[in-house]
Design a protein around this ligand. Structure first.
Ligand SMILES: Cc1cc2nc3c(=O)[nH]c(=O)nc-3n(C[C@H](O)[C@H](O)[C@H](O)COP(=O)(O)OP(=O)(O)OC[C@H]3O[C@@H](n4cnc5c(N)ncnc54)[C@H](O)[C@@H]3O)c2cc1C
Length: 395
């Protein structure tokens, strides 16, 4: 493929690769640029340490792209949420929302690799692996320098992650909310089987999540905490780390028998000022908005960007210029509103659980008790979290 592409996607992670594949399926000439190819990264237990909880709406997107059948998703049917201070507990069961599962845990590496395999099989897709050396946005198109080569396109989509170089090179303003936390991620083998149950406990220094894997005694851990605590726990020997984790989980799955490598990720939330910061340029996925992983929504909301974008692209005539000024303004507004809402919700949720005074703890426990005992409210919360509620589907 040569000449000017319709769509140039920078960043072939979960959201970028899905967007590139969808644009190609819509008959567009696509170029995907990434600085590296996705690598096999199974950990010691054969499971990727980086996992995402995938909501039903995201599954539908991956099905429509033809890759769902190649993945090995681990369904989770129930989620139990409790905290270090209080006594009230939330128990979300798929059956409460009339479903057989709440979602699926997907391994990042294999999912991205499946998307790339399909991209490599598309005649109208070029994949370029290299380093960006310049971006020039003009009225008639965008020019991107990669390792001395000039790529021309009608529309540039920056999906190059939380530290987006596209965003930085274009000088796009970002509103950042520091969380003061890091996430420690690993995979552990537990004494008791998980039975498709996900656990989340709000500890004094941050939320700890245990997500079921495709093996009955393996679960992945995402433990948000202060950078000092993350460093200390990363450096503990395996037995000491397992003992500390089992205690933090109050032995819900019995003892923790073994743990894989412990990776840490900086956590901050951010939202760009504009998802369409220049004519012919869009920012989506983590390049546009990063959410705290406590609700497991980052990739799911990124896939919402993809679905919305592909729907607009699909409505354009095949020969229409996808960078035509103006066509992305409503998209950018919608995505901006949704992102602002999600970042605020994550902050409120975190702060709500962080309040430690006796009155705050009492109020919170009463509120949680009320939600737990009010099936209609619980059902609505589940439906929103799954991307099926009125807010998620209207934006
Ligand atoms: C610990 C943790 C747990 C999480 N759990 C969940 C969860 O349960 N559910 C959920 O929905 N989300 C979760 N998330 C969030 C989710 O991982 C991200 O929202 C999602 O990966 C974003 O996808 P993306 O494609 O936008 O960015 P990324 O996955 O970061 O991909 C960016 C891509 O851009 C490429 N790139 C970067 N810089 C350049 C450059 N200069 N030039 C070219 N290419 C470049 C990278 O190589 C990469 O391929 C979690 C995040 C963390 C940190």
């Amino acid at each position: 493929m040569s000449g000017v592409s319709d769509v140039l996607v920078v960043g072939g992670g979960l959201v970028g690769a899905a967007t590139a594949l969808g644009a190609a399926a819509a008959g567009r000439k696509v170029v995907l640029v990434d600085r590296t190819r996705p690598r096999e990264s199974p950990g010691r237990f054969g499971v990727d340490i980086r996992n995402v909880a995938c909501a039903p709406a995201s599954r539908s997107l991956l099905e429509s792209l033809g890759i769902w059948g190649e993945l090995r998703p681990a369904p989770y049917v129930r989620m139990r949420v409790w905290e270090e201070r209080g006594t009230a507990e939330l128990d979300f069961d798929a059956a409460d929302a009339g479903r057989t599962e709440l979602g699926w845990i997907l391994e990042n590496g294999p999912t991205v690799q499946a998307l790339w395999r399909h991209l490599e099989g598309e005649a109208n897709v070029d994949i370029v692996v290299g380093k960006l050396d310049g971006i020039d946005v003009q009225g008639d198109g965008v020019r991107l320098g990669v390792d001395g080569r000039c790529l021309e396109s009608r529309l540039l989509i920056g999906v190059d992650g939380a530290r987006s170089e596209v965003r930085e090179r274009l000088g796009v303003a970002v509103r950042t909310l520091a969380t003061g936390q890091q996430a420690l991620a690993t995979v552990v083998r537990t004494e008791a089987g998980h039975q498709g149950v996900a656990y989340q406990r709000f500890l004094l220094d941050g939320p700890l999540a245990l997500l079921p894997s495709r093996e009955p005694n393996l679960s992945s851990v995402v433990w948000s905490q202060s950078p000092e605590a993350a460093l200390r726990r990363q450096n503990l020997d395996e037995a000491a780390f397992c003992a500390e984790l089992a205690m933090a989980l109050e032995g819900r799955l019995g003892g923790i028998e073994a743990a894989d490598d412990r990776l840490t990720f900086p956590l901050s939330q951010h939202v760009v000022a504009d998802f369409n910061p220049a004519p012919r340029v869009l920012l989506i996925g983590d390049a546009a908005r990063v959410l705290h992983p406590l609700a497991g929504l980052g990739a799911n909301v990124g896939f919402e960007d993809t679905r919305d974008l592909l729907a607009i692209l699909g409505r354009l005539p095949r020969d229409a210029d996808p960078g035509t000024p103006g066509i992305w303004r409503a998209f950018a507004r919608r995505r901006g509103v949704r992102a602002g809402m999600m970042v605020a919700a994550m902050s409120a949720f975190r702060q709500g659980y962080a309040g430690s005074g006796p009155l705050q703890t009492w109020v919170r426990n009463r509120a949680i008790g009320w939600v737990q005992n009010t099936p209609l409210v619980k059902q609505q919360i589940i439906r929103e979290a799954l991307g099926l509620g009125p807010v998620a589907t209207r934006l």
